[in-house]
Design a protein around this ligand. Structure first.
Ligand code: SF4
Length: 342
């Protein structure tokens, strides 16, 4: 094995070196699975969790870490400034622009930070990644399962971290049963499920569940086909999300075909993210919004690097995203932005 092969070695493998034997490739052993693990000093640690982004959306990493540690017999809970912890995990999805980490932890032997908000870092260990999330951490979101069936995306859009972080191919990472145990609703977090070669089988799993499914991160409208739309029609879809990010790409034919073939007839359940402040003009932003509305979709403005966005983009965002305004004031030109908007 050369250095390059070592660098991409399967995370579940290791090279063992024992005296008197040539080094050999082996599966890693998870010591916590050993029947005598409970007698080790490692056992029954006190674990503290910090969701740096707040509690408006469940933090999947923390739910998996919680499940993993509870399985080891550790005591897990939200971190508090009092008391002592063996390990405190801080997790943050958003960067400083939207989520500042001002929490100082002085009462832990070890503080581990992770999540895209902190920049590139190692993935969760396999045993944690494939733990069924501990949903009891967020009782405010009852009866809902969260997870990924696939990871990665082949598109590598300039504003998006997914391809760099998860790879330029969409591949299956789990079956639905790994994170869904009969909840009424499933929030799917996949970045580009339709780009995964196994997506038809995964869509069938979602259909069989009879749970309400929210494709929360967006399906790729360019990869919809009559076949996979027919499969999507078998799923109890709570909401479907698409994106029209690049104003130079005309996606109208794809959106028209989907609207014709889907059995989701309610515009409000066919949301389309429209990226702004990333090289597009206001006219291009407005064109995408108005075109989507005409085709029976619910546009939703996403602003790249919001602090640098011009006032007109912020006004557009408020007009579009506040649905009470959007469906009563039909033309942006007639919308009087709030006085205090900068
Ligand atoms: S298609 Fe979506 S997930 Fe893929 S790189 Fe572009 S924005 Fe990211």
């Amino acid at each position: 094995m050369d250095v390059d092969e070592l660098a991409v070695m399967d995370g579940g493998k290791c090279i063992l070196q024992l005296r008197g034997v040539r080094p050999f490739l082996s599966d890693k052993f998870d010591i916590t699975q050993h029947p005598l693990y409970k007698y080790l000093a490692d056992h029954d640690k006190k674990i503290g969790l910090i969701d740096v982004d707040g509690h408006n959306w469940p933090n999947l990493c923390l739910m998996k870490l919680s499940a993993y540690h509870k399985r080891q017999g550790d005591t897990v809970g939200w971190w508090k400034p009092a008391g002592w912890y063996d390990i405190v995990y801080k997790s943050r999805v958003f960067t400083d622009t939207y989520s500042k980490d001002s929490i100082y932890v002085a009462n832990a032997a070890q503080v581990i930070r992770g999540g895209t908000g902190y920049g590139p870092g190692p993935d969760l260990p396999e045993a944690v990644e494939h733990s069924c999330p501990d949903y009891s951490l967020y009782p405010q979101f009852p009866d809902t399962a969260y997870g990924f069936l696939s990871r990665g995306c082949p598109r590598a859009c300039g504003f998006c971290i997914v391809s760099g972080k998860e790879g330029r191919v969409s591949r299956q990472v789990a079956d639905l049963s790994e994170f869904w145990h009969g909840q009424r609703e499933i929030k799917l977090l996949d970045a580009n499920l339709l780009a995964c070669k196994d997506h038809e089988r995964l869509l069938a799993q979602l259909a069989e569940s009879r749970a309400w499914v929210d494709f929360s991160q967006g399906l790729d409208i360019r990869l919809t086909t009559p076949d996979n739309i027919a499969l999507l029609n078998q799923i109890r879809t709570k909401a479907v999300h698409f994106a029209w990010d690049n104003p130079d790409t005309d996606l109208t034919a794809y959106f028209r075909r989907f609207a014709e073939l889907t059995n989701i007839k309610n515009d409000r359940r066919r949301r389309v993210y429209v990226l702004t402040n990333f090289g597009s003009t206001h006219e291009q932003d407005l064109y995408r919004v108005n075109t989507l509305r005409r085709m029976g979709y619910d546009p939703y403005i996403m602003v790249y690097d919001r602090p640098s966005a011009p006032p007109v983009t912020r006004h557009l965002q408020r007009w579009v995203n506040n649905k009470r305004i959007f469906y009563t004031v039909l033309n942006f030109e007639d919308y009087a932005p709030r006085k205090e908007a900068p």
